[in-house]
Design a protein around this ligand. Structure first.
Ligand SMILES: *Cc1c(COP(=O)(O)O)cnc(C)c1O
Length: 399
């Protein structure tokens, strides 16, 4: 065929995290004992009360189309949760339920962007943002946020990056991959710039529940009326309730943006899965004790992992305060040699760890950090222990 396929589609980079996970899975299926630090989802089962609600929904025949933006029941549950947890007043008419947080984000970009509109993405970033922005016809503008500022964008960096093509800023807190959380003061300074310069803020708060050491979680939209009016707040049940496979994400937005998202979705997906919507409403309205249990276990692993990594040579990391990732700076390994070969890129490190030490890690090149790896602690303590032993052994071999 000589017909050219979609340039937009061909410009999309396939997810590199999935490639490493696929190789690790293949090794596992061959009976090789691989430790997978790549996990991007909680390792706990979905709580029983949530599964029971879904089973009831099937038995009661709740198996047909729902309103495009989601059921009235779930939108009310999300509205209540926004008020209770985020101190945000979003009416059900301002809420759109989608097929996972990723789908919510896609709908946001589709609703906001015109061709050539720029979106500022603080780097390191979650790898899907840049591809989603491009797919929606926008231009991602990454702003490098070094370790010295805890990988967070400052208000002055933001102000400097804004020009007349800038439409929005993507702000992810707690952050994937860095594990950092923006403080109230930092958010206030960012909000002031967004208001002054007249841009939207897309707040990805997918990990809002997973904060540790009493760190305060703040939704940027809760800081003032002005910033509320220009923020689209995105979250979901995937990470908080260990419901990644159910595919429910949601957004609270100014009414006219919610309306656009809902009409886009009505043609593109009709509505999110009816049964999963019932399950998500139970997750938000039901008992929260399983969430607390999961959080305590993540916390235990986080502390252990951070303490061990801190003592290892050639690498360093900042103590993660949220989500379930440790972000490890490997720049000290560059220039050293392994098996007589000089190490000059992060892919080399990830490959040696997987091939020779049966340990899968995520090289963060596609996250905007080509000298870092991401280690998830959404795996058992036993696996963490074994994997850290192996990483330590590898580092010990470097010359
Ligand atoms: C996992 C994740 C999402 C999307 O979650 P899904 O509901 O599984 O689509 C969005 N943002 C970040 C930062 C994530 O890590």
């Amino acid at each position: 065929m000589s017909l050219e396929l979609s340039r937009k589609a061909m410009a999309v980079k396939p997810s590199s995290t999935l490639a490493i996970t696929a190789k690790a899975k293949k090794m596992l299926s061959e009976g090789i004992d691989v430790v997978g630090f790549g996990a991007g989802e909680p390792d706990f089962p979905t709580p029983a009360n949530i599964c029971e609600a879904a089973k009831r929904a099937i038995d009661e025949g709740f198996t047909k189309y729902t309103p495009a933006a989601g059921t009235a029941e779930l939108r009310q549950a999300v509205s209540d949760k926004f008020l209770r947890f985020n101190h945000l007043n979003y009416q059900p008419s301002q809420i759109v339920i989608s097929n996972g947080g990723k789908h919510s984000l896609n709908n946001i970009f589709e609703a906001l962007l015109n061709p050539g509109d720029e979106v500022i993405v603080p780097s390191p970033f979650w790898l899907s943002y840049v591809e989603m922005i491009k797919l929606a016809g926008g231009v991602p503008v990454t702003v490098r946020c070094p370790k010295e500022q805890n990988y967070k964008i400052t208000a002055s960096q933001l102000e400097f990056a804004i020009n007349d093509r800038t439409k929005a800023l993507v702000l992810n807190t707690p952050n994937n991959p860095t594990g950092m959380i923006y403080t109230r003061e930092e958010l206030q300074a960012i909000a002031d710039i967004a208001v002054k310069k007249d841009i939207y803020v897309i707040a990805d708060e997918m990990y809002e529940i997973l904060t540790y050491e009493g760190q305060e979680f703040v939704s940027i939209a809760s800081l003032s009326e002005e910033i509320y009016n220009r923020t689209i707040t995105c979250s979901g049940v995937s990470k908080s309730y260990s419901m990644t496979g159910w595919r429910i994400g949601y957004v609270g937005a100014p009414r006219e943006i919610a309306k656009l998202m809902s009409s886009i979705q009505s043609h593109q997906a009709s509505n999110p899965n009816s049964i999963a919507q019932v399950a998500a409403a139970e997750a938000l309205n039901g008992p929260q004790d399983k969430v607390e249990e999961m959080k305590r276990e993540f916390d235990r692993r986080r502390i252990h992992m951070y303490e061990r990594l801190s003592k290892m040579p050639h690498i360093s990391c900042i103590k993660p305060m949220g989500a379930f990732y440790t972000f490890v700076d490997c720049s000290g390994v560059f220039g050293m040699s392994y098996k007589g070969e000089e190490i000059f890129d992060i892919a080399h490190i990830a490959k040696a760890l997987l091939d020779d030490y049966r340990t899968a890690v995520v090289p963060c090149t596609d996250f905007g950090a080509d000298d870092h790896i991401r280690l998830s602690y959404a795996i058992s303590m036993e696996s963490i222990e074994k994997g850290l032993d192996r990483i330590e052994a590898y580092l010990g071999e470097l010359k």
